[in-house]
Design a protein around this ligand. Structure first.
Ligand SMILES: Nc1ncnc2c1ncn2[C@@H]1O[C@H](COP(=O)(O)OP(=O)(O)OP(=O)(O)O)[C@@H](O)[C@H]1O
Length: 256
């Protein structure tokens, strides 16, 4: 990543979201500079999806505001933003090529389907129904589709959840390549994956930001005596006093 080009891409200012008595986000403020990959890390129920929904313009915060590319998102800058949701549309009998054609047409990108299939390395699976692709193949198709219109910012909600290690690695390589030129904001509860992929980190627990910054900054803040695992694992434990296993929060040493 070229530090000289860093600019504010996403900024949240006091975002709060309530669902009845549940406070999903509690006065969340942070800024993400780009390009690069920012991992939003937190256990189940931390508020990650709620945060993405607000930043995507799909939900209104109860309180607070946010900026995209340094400006208020009105009108929402759809053409500059891409998205991979946790549950992407799985339309029966639509092939990988048809799926790529459909979204290329929606985004008005001529010849986009060939770019999508090439980026996803799925040319040989073009005639296979999306519902019959493996988890890794489907993840690559959704990610390649999300960037067909060349957005500067891409939101991804747990794009590698439920993938085996080899497919996580393949998808991770794809995300790193995409993050060379763009800003990716990706939710995950996989600390190892964040350690391997992220330039920046946002730790979210119980709807509150526990820390945010570059991976190097947060890793440096961990005292020598607390350094036992990967830098991101140590930093998460240091700032949040919990670890995440299978999405669940546990105290260090409590999991098998
Ligand atoms: N539409 C809703 N109505 C009521 N409560 C909600 C709603 N959406 C989210 N919540 C609650 O808000 C909190 C944050 O949920 P959210 O889905 O944002 O967490 P998350 O970090 O994305 O979790 P996961 O890792 O399991 O996807 C949870 O307590 C959840 O039950």
């Amino acid at each position: 990543m070229n530090e000289g080009r860093a600019a504010e891409i996403v900024a949240a200012v006091g975002l709060t979201k309530r669902f009845g008595d549940t406070v999903a986000l509690d006065d969340v403020s942070f800024a993400v500079e780009g390009p690069g990959l920012c991992a939003v890390l937190g256990p189940n129920g931390a508020g990650k999806t709620t945060l993405l929904d607000i930043l995507l313009g799909l939900a209104e915060p109860t309180r607070g505001t946010f900026r995209l590319f340094g400006d208020a998102p009105r009108p929402y800058p759809r053409r500059r933003v891409g998205v991979v949701m946790q549950k992407e549309a799985q339309i029966e009998r639509v092939t990988a090529r048809e799926y790529a054609e459909l979204f290329s047409a929606i985004y008005g990108v001529r010849g986009g389907e060939a770019r999508i299939l090439a980026r996803a390395r799925l040319e040989h699976r073009a005639r296979t129904a999306v519902t019959r692709l493996s988890g890794g193949e489907a993840a690559r198709l959704f990610i390649a589709t999300a960037v067909v219109h060349d957005p500067a910012l891409v939101f991804l909600d747990e794009p590698t959840a439920h993938l085996d290690p080899e497919n996580k690695r393949l998808v991770g390589e794809m995300l790193r390549e995409i993050a060379e030129e763009r800003t990716l904001l990706m939710t995950t509860h996989d600390l190892r994956e964040a350690d391997a992929l992220a330039d920046r980190l946002l730790f979210l627990v119980g709807g509150r930001v526990r820390a945010s910054g570059t991976k190097a900054e947060l890793a440096r803040a961990v005292p020598e005596a607390e350094r036992r695992g990967l830098p991101v694992e140590d930093a998460f434990f240091h700032f949040c006093a919990i670890e995440i296993h299978e999405g669940q929060a546990t105290r260090r040493g409590a999991a098998t």
